[in-house]
Ligand binder design. Structure first.
Ligand SMILES: N[C@@H](CCC(=O)N[C@@H](CS)C(=O)NCC(=O)O)C(=O)O
Length: 202
């Protein structure tokens, strides 16, 4: 049985989105985005830092959203949502899948800390502005790559779930300007997918 340990408005939405795209049943352990749930002994036993997502699959327990997605595709949905290794789209798939946590999420993390998590008296305007600039810079190559394309690596793939999720977060932070029309259209295209809309509502 697959159990997803989840909190709303988090990267755990990527895994809900994945399961919905694959039409795979799973159980949801719905926690609050609150230290009482995430830093509880029970959850720290699943993730040493008390973070989400975590996936349990019978006797397997795995964290890191990208690793969970690759695990689910390899063990439960081989050949789906991922170009074949010998496909010309495979390098782009790998690149954009990993660009998400490597380049886009670090400034998003800072923005979330500086706008939501820290109490107002501990927030740092300079750190916030710097992270916003860095995020806009990191988004521009995605806008360029989407010129004339619907998705990042040919057909809709798990790279669109990983990086698309971060693009939707960026859009909600109002950081996708009119100078990135391909990215704006991409975000709308993704949100029109029922699996995506459901993940963001979970
Ligand atoms: N690189 C990790 C990041 C996990 C992560 O930081 N998750 C956030 C939610 S998006 C979290 O659990 N934050 C709770 C906290 O920091 O206390 C992944 O992709 O799963």
């Amino acid at each position: 049985m697959l159990t997803l340990h989840h909190a709303p408005n988090s990267r755990a939405g990527r895994i809900v989105w994945l399961f919905r795209e694959l039409d795979m049943p799973f159980e949801l352990n719905a926690m609050r985005f609150h230290p009482e749930d995430l830093k509880s002994d029970a959850h720290r036993a699943r993730h040493p830092l008390g973070r989400v997502p975590v996936l349990d699959d019978d006797d397997v327990s795995i964290f890191e959203s990208g690793a969970i997605i690759e695990y689910v595709l390899a063990r439960h949905a081989p050949g789906r949502l991922k170009p074949a290794v010998d496909s010309p789209e495979f390098p782009a798939y790998l690149q954009w899948f990993h660009y998400c946590e490597g380049m886009v999420m670090p400034p998003i993390n800072t923005i979330v800390v500086q706008t939501l998590l820290l109490p107002p008296d501990r927030r740092d305007e300079k750190a916030l502005a710097q992270a916003q600039r860095l995020l806009v810079k990191a988004l521009k190559p995605i806008d360029d790559a989407l010129e004339g394309r619907e998705y990042l690596a040919g057909e809709f793939s798990a790279a669109d779930i990983m990086l698309g999720h971060a693009c939707i977060m960026s859009s909600r932070m109002n950081l996708i300007g009119d100078d990135m029309p391909n990215l704006k259209a991409y975000v709308e295209r993704l949100m029109a997918r029922p699996a995506c809309a459901e993940a963001f509502a979970t």
